[in-house]
Design a protein around this ligand. Sequence first.
Ligand code: C5P
Length: 261
Amino acid sequence: MSIPEQLNSSSRHSRQAALDPEDDARERLIVALDVPSASAAIGLIDQLESRCRWFKVGLELFVQAGPSILNVLAARGHSVFLDLKFHDIPNTVAGAVRSAADCGVRMMTVHALGGPAMLSAARDALARVANPPELLAVTVLTSMDGAQLSAVGLSDRASEQVERLAKVGLEAGIRGFVCSPQEVGLLRALAGTDAVLVIPGIRPVGTGVGDQKRVATPADALGQGASFLVVGRPITQAPDPAEAADRILQEMAAGLRSMTI
Ligand code: C5P
C-alpha cells in the first residue's frame, strides 16, 4: 500500500468500515521517543511495539543517536515519523528533505513559518522520490499560547495564525499538517477530508501538561478530526509505559466507537 493510501485509510473521514476501533486506535497512535539515547529508545520500543506501529524520532534522540535509530525502527517493521521541523532557506530544506526520505521515514516535518518558497521547495524535493513520505507542515507549536506568540511579534490568536499558515501550506501543495488539538476542527474544515492531521499536545485526564499549553484528551482530539495522535511523556515517563499506552489506546478506541454511533 502506498503511504498516502496507508495514511488515508486510517484517517477519520475515510476510515475503513472493517477496521474495529481497537485496531484503528493502534494505527493512529504515534509514540514520541523523546529520550536521550538509542538504548533508552530501544527499551521503550521493546515494551510498546506490540501495541502500536508508529514511532516518532525527534531532535533529542536524532541528535544523539543519528540515522541508525531510524534503521533500527524500520528493520523491526515500524513506521517512522522523523520530526526535525526543518526551517531554513529553500535549497537547504529541499536537501534535508531528500536526505530524510533516503532514510526510509514515512512522515517528516517542516515549519510552515519557513514560508511559501521553502514549503514549495520541500514539496518539489519529494515529488522526485519514489514512494515518498508524507510531508507535514508544523503550524503553531502546541507549547505556544497568546503570551508566547505576542513575545515574538505575532499578535493574532493561535487559531488565526494556524489558519494563516495552513493556507500557505495548502497553496504550496502540502496536504499534511501538525497543529494543537484546539485547532484540529478548524484545520479539518479548511484542508478537507483527505488532509493528514497529526496532533500533539495530547493529555489524558489526570496527566500533567508539562510545557504544553494547547492540549486536549485523546478522544476529544479524534472527535475534532485528528488523523493521528502524538503522545510522548504521558507514555514514556509513566511508571509503566505499556500500561499507560493501553489506557490511552482504550480512550482512543472509546472515542472512535462513539464517532461511529
Ligand atoms: O511529551 P509530549 O506528549 O508533550 O510530546 C509531544 C511531542 O510532539 C514532542 O515530541 C514534541 O516535539 C512534538 N510536537 C509538539 N508540538 C508541535 C509539533 C510537535 O509538541 N507543534
